[in-house]
Design a protein around this ligand. Structure first.
Ligand code: ZN
Length: 375
């Protein structure tokens, strides 16, 4: 009797233990499956947060089918995730933008195609895209945005400039990006930060305090007087060019080099007194608008002739300057782009790679800047 009772007492206790055991086992298996899945998604390139949301929203199989996809990752990380747009997320090219998913949703709502949305995202900042998503749908996006360097924020100006000039799309994008749809000297971009790539023209002004950090004196051997200064990198390049020219029997000389903002101010006043304001307006760069303030520009002369443009030195420099990193900055026939009449004597140091490209493609620094440097 006593033994039987003991067995009876043990039974419920066993059941509880078994139940707990099974529960723990199931929990363990579920946890194992969960972490296995997370691991699998993370291995595919999804973040922990995205992976968790993928599992939670039961989209694991969908995601596995797609594979690694940055936009999809961003969508599953985002609070703006919208299941209806899942296929679009998978097809739209990713851009690192804070409101990426929110903007994609807005653009889908405007009935833009996935490829159009990729195009829109690629041509502007997060802020630009947000603004663009608010405007009415544009039907022929490709017109301007098949051009790499077209900017989303300039769309209205492209349309206006195109209507006004009838130029082809590429020219329109280039000119507007260079602010050529604005009047000369009218609300220019003011540049404070020193850069060797700096573009200076009638729409881009150097500030009063803009000064090259590596100004050096130019040895009198290379210049018309001993007061000339310029950026070390440009001076060294010029000396190399000078020496090679000399070996071939050509005599080069620097007539003018670095000029500060104040120097340019004095020049303008002087010319205005001599020839009047309209002369200055047409032929002299206003303070801050002269490339000489960069320390990278030289007015080059010939030691054999007073007229550089008709000297044998000019012909030699035209063919060879690019090898030393110099470009003729205001060539003939490009006045509408550069904003300056042709100046055969004015050369700018831009580095050898850039100079070679500009020389070989017969373009101006404006065009090079718009295509490669203006991001
Ligand atoms: Zn000059």
């Amino acid at each position: 009797m006593e033994v039987k009772r003991k067995v009876k007492l043990k039974e419920p206790y066993d059941k509880i233990l078994r139940a707990i055991g099974i529960t723990l086992g199931v929990l363990f298996i579920l946890l194992f499956v969960y972490f296995y899945n997370i691991h699998q998604l993370e291995n595919l390139g999804y973040s922990k947060r995205a992976s968790q949301n993928i599992l939670f929203k039961l989209k694991k199989n969908y995601v596995l089918q797609i594979g690694e996809n940055e936009t999809l990752n961003a969508a599953f990380e985002s609070r703006d995730y919208d299941e209806d747009n899942l296929d679009s997320y998978a097809k739209i090219k990713y851009q690192k933008q804070k409101n990426l998913i929110k903007n994609i949703n807005a653009l889908i709502k405007k009935k833009y195609s996935n490829s159009n949305i990729s195009m829109i995202l690629a041509h502007g900042s997060d802020q630009d895209v947000t603004a663009f998503a608010k405007r009415d749908k544009i039907r022929y996006l490709e017109e301007f945005y098949s051009i790499d360097y077209a900017k989303l924020k300039n769309y209205d100006r492209y349309v206006a400039y195109s209507d006004e000039t009838g130029e082809d799309e590429e020219t329109v994008v280039l000119c507007v990006n260079l602010d050529m749809d604005k009047e000369n000297y009218q609300d220019p971009i003011v540049i404070n930060k020193y850069s060797e790539d700096v573009l200076v023209n009638k729409h881009r002004q150097l500030s009063r305090s803009y000064e090259p950090k590596d100004l050096v004196k130019i040895d009198k051997k290379y210049a018309t007087d001993n007061k000339q200064k310029a950026s070390r990198i440009a001076v060294n390049a010029f000396i190399k060019m000078y020496e090679d020219a000399e070996k071939e029997g050509y005599g080069l000389v620097i007539n003018s080099s670095y000029r500060s903002y104040l120097d340019q101010e004095e020049i303008c006043d002087e010319y205005a007194n001599l020839y009047g304001d309209s002369y200055v307006e047409n032929y002299v760069a206003k303070p801050g608008f002269s490339e000489h303030q960069t320390g990278l520009a030289f007015d080059i002369g010939s030691t054999n002739s007073n007229v550089f443009a008709s000297s044998k030195e000019y012909a030699w420099v035209q063919d060879n300057a690019y090898k030393y990193g110099f470009i003729q900055r205001f060539p003939k026939g490009y006045e509408t782009i550069t904003g300056f009449r042709a100046e055969p004597w004015h050369y700018r140091y831009v580095g050898r790679k850039t100079a070679k490209y500009i020389y070989e493609n017969k373009i101006t620094y404006e065009e090079y800047y718009a295509m490669f440097l203006d991001t």
